[in-house]
Design a protein around this ligand. Structure first.
Ligand SMILES: C[S@@+](CC[C@H](N)C(=O)[O-])C[C@H]1O[C@@H](n2cnc3c(N)ncnc32)[C@H](O)[C@@H]1O
Length: 201
């Protein structure tokens, strides 16, 4: 458990891409949220998938529905896999905290990735969400169930996770003119994920 891993969790993912690809549930237990997102934005829209991992199953879900994906991940190996699987989409190796894509998207996802940022980085990400979303666009991310920091073993790597309080997420979203559509804590149908879906007003 060292500082490098806390600041750049994606470096640890470089070591466990194959493990993650095998272990990550691909059965679309997220479908309730993904269906809501699709219903809330225009057809054939654009998705910015931050911390996209292997592209399966979430980017694939949107590609199958006719959306165009821009996937961003700090792990080169994750992005190589996405390029191989979905060569028609745009894939970028970058820390999500450093993106400046000069384009606005219908959907921004930070699914099971945003929670790898430390608390201050998470606060700053709301400005990045705001500058990359279209009016009426949807932001969806997962967080911890309560404020704090946690380390956990994933495929033999100790990975850092952090969360702000629900109240602080509500305030940050409001400050960037996002209206909360869903805040579900520890959804048993979705692997106990704590899910936020918000719409830019
Ligand atoms: C648990 S995986 C989730 C992948 C995908 N979103 C999913 O739901 O299957 C977390 C991903 O976030 C990426 N990641 C972690 N910190 C990141 C950062 N600061 N910038 C970009 N990607 C990051 C990791 O490399 C990893 O691919």
């Amino acid at each position: 458990m060292n500082k490098r891993n806390k600041e750049k969790v994606y470096e640890a993912y470089e070591e466990i891409v194959d493990w993650f690809d095998g272990a990550r549930t691909k059965t679309l237990m997220e479908s309730e949220y993904l269906d809501l997102i699709v219903k809330s934005v225009p057809a054939n829209g654009s998705v910015l998938d931050l911390g996209c991992g292997t592209g399966e199953p979430i980017a694939q879900f949107f590609i199958d529905k006719g959306f165009k994906i821009t996937g961003v991940d700090g792990s080169k190996k994750m992005i190589e896999l996405c390029k191989k699987r979905f060569p028609a989409e745009q894939w970028i190796v970058s820390d999500m905290r450093e993106i400046n894509i000069q384009k606005r998207f219908d959907v921004i996802l930070a699914w099971h990735s945003f929670f790898h940022l430390d608390q201050d980085s998470q606060r700053k990400m709301f400005k990045i969400f705001e500058t990359h979303i279209k009016p009426g666009g949807i932001l969806a991310f997962t967080s911890g169930e309560e404020e704090g920091e946690v380390w956990s073993d994933n495929g033999g790597q100790q990975l850092y996770h952090a969360s702000l309080s629900a109240n602080e997420y509500q305030s940050l979203l409001k400050a960037m003119s996002f209206k909360v559509l869903v805040h579900k804590v520890c959804d048993p149908k979705c692997g106990e994920a704590t899910v936020w879906v918000a719409q830019k007003t």
